[in-house]
Ligand binder design. Sequence first.
Ligand code: AN0
Ligand code: CP
Length: 321
Amino acid sequence: MKSFINVEDLGPLDKAMAEAFEIKNDRFKYQHLGKNKTLMMIFFNNSLRTRLSTQKAAMNLGMNVIVLDVNAGAWKLETERGVIMDGDKSEHLLEAIPVMGCYCDMIGVRSFAGLTDREYDYAETVLQQFIKYSGRPVFAMETATVHPLQAFADLITIEEHKVVERPKVVLTWAPHCRALPQAVPNSFAQWMNAAPDVDLVITHPEGYELDPKFVGNARVEYDQKKAFEGADFIYAKNWSNPGVTNPADYGKITCNDMSWTVDTEHMSWTNNGKFMHCLPVRRNLIVTDDVIESPNSLVIPEAANREISCSVVIKRMLENL
Ligand code: AN0
Ligand code: CP
């Protein structure tokens, strides 16, 4: 595997899932694969889970790890070509990327959407430059439009906790005080659509339609209560306006309806549904204390599975070096 962005990059999902459970049973089984190999993790944005779980996965596979926080100590990077660089940015990504590639065997990139230029974000401009100029396999650690390591971990978590063969999984928008990217819901929808045994329903206020390429065949239900009825899993997430219905709204907060916050009443509409969120989560905006602390909350097992999803991805890349 040379890059990891979309669910298709993993090949047959059943095989990837089997590999995930194999690694979960013995996370050091492939320890020999990464000997004398170096992973470089590059963060343009903050992280807790991705940083720790990716480093842990790489260590389980015997790799060395270098972490670079671009905004804390590196030269400020220009990302646009053609700019006269007389501002505060000392180095261009087009030199920085091949340089980074010299010091490692594999690269993980976190680079969030800017949320001002939809075309730029949805072209995955920064990630594509890493793929093109680093000479190394590259995986997304949440980029402008996708967060595949999270969605893979979520699928593993659903597989572990489902009590019916084909669970009803509901992706619900919830309110937030800051404009957040669409990467998590995009990838979640993409992965749930690819999973053969998931009945996916997406619910959000009108105007918050996700990009059709991620919605796929999922059912969209604007009535949150109807969507929740009979659900086995509730996956909550805020996202800013994707600009699908109205391009001028891209990246903006056009709804802050607090009736969408997931509380115990919302959960009572479900089929004893489990609560999921990728974290970090702002309590009592997205979800109430009671719901996130309830026995049906899976937020910690989900985070734990990030080590597993990442192990599968790094293993595949090591096997292909
Ligand atoms: C990020 C987001 O919504 O994409 C990261 C989630 C994993 N969240 C925040 O910036 C709070
Ligand atoms: N879920 C997730 O990716 O968390 P971090 O932003 O802390 O890495």
